[in-house]
Design a protein around this ligand. Structure first.
Ligand code: F6P
Length: 345
């Protein structure tokens, strides 16, 4: 069997470990031939490939980024793919001698995997994204690394904030899901965590910050990039669209900091963590999760379990239907937010 491997969407720590896991299992155990496509679907369209054998994946698990590169180039000419698109993909697969794909990606990529599967093209999904917003899996690989980096940033901001008795606002990624903000905020003991799922008023945020000051402490506010103040209909965006045509989120910390300062009289500083959350070496947790995911995906290909996603369920990797992963975002549920909100301030 010959399997194509490609990565799509933003990079996410652990992608290299997933490729390595798939190759160790696919090539060494099942005797597959595996072909990597450079920069996602761009490599598929342009014929930019690299053979994936054991030597190609030697020592890559600790590496940040991804050896194959990734992009948001789409395989289709229209959003859901036309008959002509599917025919063209089948033709191209035949040229490469491919039997199926392992697709490493988040929501957009797994939606493509589902569309391909529905059209009879063999695909298996490997769930990655620092945002952790994909259904069908308890955690996506990359999330743990992003949370660790954000938690470290909170620890660092706290010491300088305490020294100056300032309120420090840290903006983290996550698009429309507040998982990174929630988990890093819990890990770092943030006094306020602002998530896209739960708008709060400027008045309420000011009250929390003042009550922290009244206890003799300085506030650390972690805010997810997709957060909106109550009553605001729009998120804070940067110029331009991403490769999926979505607005680029970011900048809410710089909006909030002067609002907090003006309401409380406390000097406030904003930090936008940005892409440091996606860079560098993955945590051991992400390496293990990604390796197990890659291995399970190769096993599923051998077993003919196409059209599925290698998801983490409890402590097991299970093959779940792709329809569980796509079509909706896995956002932070109200009970998780309420649990922390009771202690804000
Ligand atoms: O989806 C992952 C993610 O890092 C989001 O958290 C963030 O909004 C976006 O990608 C940033 O994308 P880009 O790398 O295109 O700026």
């Amino acid at each position: 069997m010959k399997i194509g491997v490609l990565c799509s969407g933003g990079d996410s720590p652990g992608m290299n470990a997933a490729i390595r896991g798939a190759v160790l299992r696919g090539v060494d155990v099942h005797g597959f031939e595996m072909l990597g496509f450079m920069d996602g679907w761009r490599g598929f369209h342009d014929g930019d490939t690299v053979p994936l054998d054991r030597a190609a994946v030697r020592g890559i698990s600790p590496l940040g980024g991804v050896i194959l590169g990734t992009s948001r180039v789409q395989p289709f000419s229209a959003k859901d793919g036309t008959d002509a698109d599917f025919r063209a993909i089948r033709r191209r697969m035949a040229e490469f001698g491919l039997d199926g794909f392992l697709l490493i990606g988040g929501n957009g990529t797994q939606t493509v995997a589902k569309l391909l599967s529905d059209a009879g093209i063999r695909a298996i999904g490997l769930p990655k994204t620092i945002d952790n917003d994909l259904g069908g899996t308890d955690y996506t690989f990359g999330f743990d690394t992003a949370v660790s980096i954000a938690a470290e940033a909170i620890d660092r901001l706290r010491t300088t904030g305490d020294s100056h008795r300032r309120c420090m606002v840290l903006e983290v990624m996550g698009r429309d899901a507040g998982w990174i903000a929630l988990h890093s905020g819990m890990a770092g003991g943030a006094q306020v965590m602002l998530l896209p799922e739960f708008p709060e008023s400027a008045e309420q945020i000011g009250e929390w910050v003042l009550s922290v000051r009244d206890r003799g402490r300085s506030s650390l506010v972690v805010v997810a990039e997709g957060f909106r103040l109550a009553g605001d209909s729009d998120q804070t965006v940067r110029a331009g669209l991403d490769g999926f045509g979505r607005p680029r989120l970011g900048g809410i910390a710089e909006v909030l900091a002067p609002i907090i300062e003006q309401r409380t009289g406390i000097e406030t500083r904003a930090t936008v963590l940005g892409h440091t959350q996606r860079g560098g070496s993955p945590t051991a947790f992400d390496r293990v999760l990604a390796t197990r995911t890659g291995m399970a995906a190769a096993d599923a290909a051998e077993a003919g379990e196409w059209g599925r996603l290698a998801g983490l369920r409890g402590d097991r990797i299970e093959m779940v239907d792709l329809s569980e992963a796509v079509g909706h975002l896995k956002t932070v549920p109200a009970d998780r937010y309420e649990q922390v909100r009771l202690n804000f301030g």
